[in-house]
Design a protein around this ligand. Structure first.
Ligand SMILES: Nc1ncnc2c1ncn2[C@@H]1O[C@H](COP(=O)(O)OP(=O)(O)OP(=O)(O)O)[C@@H](O)[C@H]1O
Length: 265
């Protein structure tokens, strides 16, 4: 068997609590370059907390986070930012920055806070905007573009950062149907280019469409982690979300879900 030489971000046996309340109690998950992992879990299951631990924003009480086999805590903040980027849910910026300026914030990881942006920075920002198909928005004000365009801008910021591991917190939230599907296509394209993507979603159908693996966070642990069709079953949906669904594989073999209440209506 050949050793997997891809870069990897690994959270092992992570424990974290808020006050007396345990949030994570032994959660383990590994993200590798070139794959999409969809993280599913009910509201409050601890998905964002797990993300913050994997990004090094929070320290686990027990367990370890490692990047390429080395403790994340041993990397400088800037080194970490060159490898791992966080894409939050799209938000309104406090200042009317242009789209290219928001994307350029990702370059701080490469060139530092104090140095004015140079040619390389401008090229990286231009390449990120182009890859996401939003070059035409470069001079638009971030506060005056749509939620979907803002989400793409935040991904451009992550790409400009040079990171190969992207951690995305519910990027589809608030996007219209068209943008949700553009976003899903974009995630697949980024993974084909070699990015590792860990994305949380409340829509298991999105996981079925793009994820190589689906991980389930419940009771503070990853209770399932495997190929989407094996993990996203009617039993799992009922257990996590309390909704009965019927599953049907479409002509491409992609599993589709039908809530039983609609199916029998
Ligand atoms: N700063 C905080 N102080 C206290 N409790 C917190 C804090 N942040 C999160 N929590 C609690 O930790 C638990 C897990 O929260 P987290 O945001 O990680 O869940 P989540 O799975 O991302 O939720 P959602 O799907 O609703 O976004 C929740 O019960 C939440 O109330």
């Amino acid at each position: 068997m050949t050793r997997d030489s891809r870069r990897r971000l690994e959270g092992r046996d992570l424990f974290f609590s808020r006050g007396e309340r345990p949030i994570l109690s032994g959660a383990s998950l590994t993200l590798r370059e070139g794959e999409i992992i969809a993280l599913l879990g009910a509201n409050g299951a601890g998905k964002s907390t797990l993300f913050r631990l994997l990004l090094g924003f929070l320290k686990p009480e027990r367990g370890a986070v490692e990047l390429d086999g080395r403790k994340l805590a041993s990397y400088s903040r800037r080194e970490t930012a060159r490898s791992i980027a966080y894409v939050p849910q799209s938000h309104a910026a406090p200042f009317p920055y242009r789209v290219r300026d928001v994307a350029a914030l990702g370059r701080i990881a490469q060139s530092g806070l104090l140095r004015p942006p140079g040619r390389e920075d401008r090229q990286a920002v231009g390449a990120a905007l182009e890859k996401l198909g939003i070059t035409h928005l470069a001079d638009r004000c971030y506060t005056e573009i749509s939620g979907g365009e803002r989400q793409l801008t935040l991904i451009a910021r992550a790409l400009a950062q040079g990171a190969r591991m992207l951690i995305m917190d519910e990027p589809m939230t608030g996007l219209d149907y068209g943008y949700q599907h553009k976003m899903l296509a974009q995630l697949s394209a980024l993974a084909r280019d070699g990015c590792g993507i860990l994305v949380s979603t409340h829509n298991p159908e999105h996981a079925l469409l793009v994820a190589d693996r689906v991980a389930i966070l419940e009771s503070g642990r990853i209770t399932a982690d495997g190929p989407a069709p094996e993990v996203v079953t009617s039993a799992m949906i009922e257990r996590i979300y309390g909704v009965r669904v019927e599953t049907v594989n479409d002509e491409r073999g992609v599993r589709r879900l039908f809530p039983a209440s609609h199916a029998s209506a």
